[in-house]
Design a protein around this ligand. Structure first.
Ligand code: TYC
Length: 117
């Protein structure tokens, strides 16, 4: 069909077109931005690892200052565990490995774990 004639037929038609007609539907596709999942890195309390050693770990591997490190160490000591940071999977995995390796080399039973947020 001649496209101009076809359009004229539509405009002149007796039946009004609206929602439900395939002549008037516009759709918008919402593009949802996907963010990578985050992981909490936690330190667990134990009865043997020296407090100063835990403070040193927090300064060395988590970039915290002495006061922040002491505060988090005390929170772990009192509550049994605390979140020391939130990271992407790869960074969290690296932090856990660094802490576990450093504690093992110094023969302390300190435990560090990660959990999806
Ligand atoms: N509870 C330990 C002590 O009294 C100190 C400690 C704090 C150990 C935090 C582990 O993740 C820890 N020496």
């Amino acid at each position: 069909m001649n496209p101009i004639a076809g359009l004229t037929d539509l405009m002149m038609s007796d039946t009004p077109h609206g929602p439900g007609d395939d002549t008037s539907i516009l759709t918008k596709t919402k593009s949802k931005t996907q963010r990578p999942p985050l992981y909490k890195v936690m330190l667990l309390n134990d009865d043997y690892t020296p407090m100063e050693f835990v403070v040193h770990i927090l300064e060395r591997f988590f970039g915290l200052n002495h006061a922040q490190s002491f505060e988090i160490m005390l929170a772990v000591h009192k509550k049994g565990l605390a979140v020391v940071g939130v990271f992407s999977y790869e960074i969290a995995e690296t932090k856990v490995a660094q802490v576990m390796d450093f504690a093992r080399r110094h023969q302390h039973p300190l435990q560090c774990t990660m959990e999806k947020e």
